[in-house]
Design a protein around this ligand. Sequence first.
Ligand code: AMP
Length: 213
Amino acid sequence: MDLILFGPPGAGKGTQAQRLLATYGTPQISTGDILRQAVKEGTRLGDQARPLMEAGQLVPDSLVIGIVEERLRRPDCRPGFVLDGFPRTVAQARALETMLGSLGRRIDRVLSLEVPLEVVVRRLSGRRSCPADGRVYHLTEAPPRNPGRCDACGTALVQRPDDAEEVVRARQTTYRRDTEPVKAFYAAQGLLREVDGQGSPDEVFERLRAVLG
Ligand code: AMP
């Protein structure tokens, strides 16, 4: 299964990609995670991406397309993959079509997580993550066992810099302007499936499974 998880920041794409990985073994390709890692490591890519990410803007298409192209060629993607946070522009969607075509593949489904704006803002403002292993928590909806500490490794949890309120607003604006048109692109191809993204991660995952059949 070659899948895209689609939706605004805070829709739950990362959480659901993790569950798809656990159930179907499809690796999660998160351009946001790859970029955050590059920022942490201080690579050239990271230096280019950091100011844009901190401002809630998109990183140039050419950079993210290169990242995905390289990632899709790795052997673990052979049986399938779940794209999380890519494509975010119609140009990226077209480039994806071309690169998959050259591998003799195509997207099977685009699962769009539908969540009202006030819910995504609440989710993002309460989101905390572990800088060591990337596990994600929520202050009230998915709290760690020990407040402020990762369940798995005990590291102090942090808030992503781009989850600060003013950056969240900028990300939503970017989403509506640049990313929402991608939905129409896939709807026109008959690939889009809208899934209610409200409720617990388990409830949402059951809906995704039902759509995947
Ligand atoms: P995410 O973790 O998916 O919310 O991504 C965090 C940030 O990384 C975004 O706000 C963008 O600045 C950047 N980013 C991630 N994926 C993409 C993409 N496909 N195209 C452009 N920028 C991206």
